[in-house]
Design a protein around this ligand. Structure first.
Ligand code: 2HA
Ligand code: ZN
Length: 238
């Protein structure tokens, strides 16, 4: 895909998140690796602001390019104007900082530590996976408030039992991560650990993050999991 097509797909997914009620205000974030598709015009772009330290050295994505939702921006606005509500960043050749190169000097997503740690892992281990998506799907978050479901095993058993497609399309299930502060390194580290065995991670009482070959693929994983959660929540006397 051309990087512009990739960004348009992010806009399409952002619109669906808003339509589903999973992206209130500035909720959720998305990051996609566009390195394979950036052209020379993008490569030549000068930085719009001083480099920002990542707080870690991410060697596998050194020199790579990402499109990210900007912090405080709304998914519903990104859906209409992806370049006014998202940024393209370039990771420094040393892997420990990034610079914003297009189109406005907006700050990237507040969950950047989690997303970049994930992309570093993916680039080294699963290079076909290019996208990460975090959102707040209502029924999945609801299930993370039910104490007896709060483990990877119990949550997957429950979701898989609801409708056969869940196991078919999410055979690895999701990893369950106990509550950690949004945007924190604890959240990033825990997420990364869970992604060794899963394509999605539930953040207790907060939301979910999924990876995919592209943004639509990551969205499909969350959509399938939330469908199962919706069915569970629809069972009377829950
Ligand atoms: O970007 O959802 O987790 C807003 C959030 C933070
Ligand atoms: Zn969130």
């Amino acid at each position: 895909m051309l990087f512009t097509d990739t960004i348009n797909q992010c806009a399409e997914v952002a619109g669906m998140l808003w339509q589903r009620g999973w992206a209130e205000r500035n909720g959720g974030n998305l990051v996609v690796n566009i390195t394979a598709d950036v052209d020379d015009n993008i490569r030549r772009l000068p930085p719009l602001a001083a480099p920002v330290s990542i707080g870690a050295t991410l060697e596998a994505i050194a020199g790579q390019y990402f499109y990210c939702k900007a912090t405080s921006c709304r998914m519903r606005d990104l859906a209409r104007k992806p370049m006014d509500n998202g940024v393209i960043i370039r990771i420094a050749p040393t892997g420990d900082a990034y610079e914003i190169i297009a189109c406005k000097p907006l700050q990237p997503t507040s969950e950047l530590p989690s997303h970049l740690a994930i992309h570093n892992y993916l680039a080294a281990n699963r290079p076909e996976m290019k996208a990460s998506l975090h959102t707040h799907p209502t029924e999945l978050v609801a299930l993370s408030h039910v104490e007896e479901l709060c483990s990877t095993e119990r949550m997957n058993e429950t979701l898989w039992a609801m409708i056969p497609e869940t196991r078919l399309f999410c055979p690895k299930g999701l990893g369950f991560l106990p509550y950690a502060e949004p945007g924190s390194q604890t959240l990033a580290d825990g997420t990364l650990e869970q992604l060794h065995d899963h394509d999605a991670v539930m953040w207790e009482k907060h939301g979910i993050i999924a990876v995919g070959t592209d943004m639509m693929d990551a969205f499909d994983t969350i959509d399938i999991l939330n469908k199962a959660a919706q069915i569970r929540c629809a069972i009377p006397h829950f």
